[in-house]
Design a protein around this ligand. Structure first.
Ligand code: ZN
Length: 337
């Protein structure tokens, strides 16, 4: 009975989370890495790969090829692609744990690829993936140390997985927050207990932390009416944008445009904004968005993780800060049975 209950709970979750999970992914694009200049770095020792991550394989769809690799090999590729390797070791470790958990979550809930693969290398679907050679080409003369940091991030956290009620969580992450992360329910349809708003210490030191997007009335009209033809965008642009509902963490929940109420997330999509933390103003007749942070704002902030690591937090402290009420333990897909 308990098992059936378990299965139906999983199925029920699947039903609610699948649409969410496909939208979710990570709007994490790598920012230009600020390189410390002129200092010769000591060689970083490469640790042996972890036994748990090496004990099973997963199927990864890369382009139109399905490659079978160990969880450890896959995670190295994700960490190479999803976080600047110049980041602190403990931030990279937190990234490895989030990526492992996200992958195990996908595997446990059926994922997006049916019987073909467990995950893919497309960041808008699953997680970005970069092989060793390509990454080394990008990293230039820092490649050896960066590769060691990435591989060590995986082996130092071998098997470690973020669990809520004993199950891997939907461990989403994003580039940077506006002082606080967002509740999942503000951004997606479902609110998950472990994806709640928490403080995030990254500040204006993040590249393009504050951004600006400007539209002429004609451009604004064209984009908005394509999504909402029923909106009334006549007269001066000063009157187009009405009431805004903003949550405590700065997220724009909804805004009224031309008499139509739209979610902040939709505004972000329509106008390609970097986040849903924004204000608008009419300047010289144009509509200007002032945007803070980058990404969907839910789960771990990568620049926040970097700041916590710089301030002395280890990966576990970073993980338990960003994901509410979770435990961290070694977990493998076999733990499911
Ligand atoms: Zn995918």
């Amino acid at each position: 009975m308990k098992r059936y209950l378990g299965v139906s709970v999983v199925l029920l979750c699947l039903l609610f989370l699948l649409p969410l999970a496909t939208v979710v992914t990570h709007v994490v694009r790598r920012e230009a890495e600020a390189e410390p200049e002129g200092e010769e770095e000591a060689k970083i020792e490469l640790l042996p790969p972890g036994e748990t991550d090496g004990s099973y394989t997963i199927r990864v769809l890369l382009g139109d090829q399905v490659e079978t690799m160990t969880m450890g090999e896959y995670l190295q590729g994700v960490v190479r692609a999803e976080m600047p390797a110049s980041f602190e070791q403990q931030a990279l470790c937190a990234q490895a744990v989030a990526a492992r958990t996200y992958t195990l979550y996908k595997m446990a809930t059926g994922g997006n690829h049916g019987d073909v693969a467990d995950v893919c290398g497309n960041p808008t679907c699953c997680q970005a993936y970069l092989d060793k050679e390509t990454a080394a080409g990008n990293w230039g003369d820092r490649a050896e140390n960066y590769e060691a940091k990435v591989e060590n991030a995986v082996s130092l956290t071998d098997g470690q997985t973020i669990l809520y009620e004993g199950q891997p969580i939907l461990a989403v992450f994003h580039s940077s927050s506006a002082g606080q992360t967002k509740n999942s329910g503000e951004v997606w349809t479902g609110d998950l207990p472990y994806l709640q708003s928490v403080s995030s210490p990254e500040g204006s030191g993040v590249p393009n932390y504050y951004s600006r997007a400007e539209f002429t009335p004609e451009e604004f009209k064209k984009l908005f009416l394509a999504a909402h033809p029923e909106a009334n965008l006549s007269g001066s642009a000063d009157g187009w944008i009405g009431e805004r509902k903003v949550s405590e963490d700065g997220n724009v929940d909804s805004v009224t445009v031309g008499g139509v109420s739209v979610r902040g997330t939709q505004m972000r999509t329509i106008f390609s904004l970097r986040s849903t933390t924004f204000e608008t103003e009419v300047q010289d007749g144009n509509i200007v968005f002032f945007v803070t942070g980058y990404g969907h704002g839910v789960g771990m902030s990568q620049y926040g993780a970097q700041q916590m690591a710089k301030d002395g937090s280890d990966w576990k402290e970073i993980i338990t800060h960003y994901y509410t009420g979770v435990t961290v333990a070694v977990y493998t897909p076999e733990s499911l049975s």
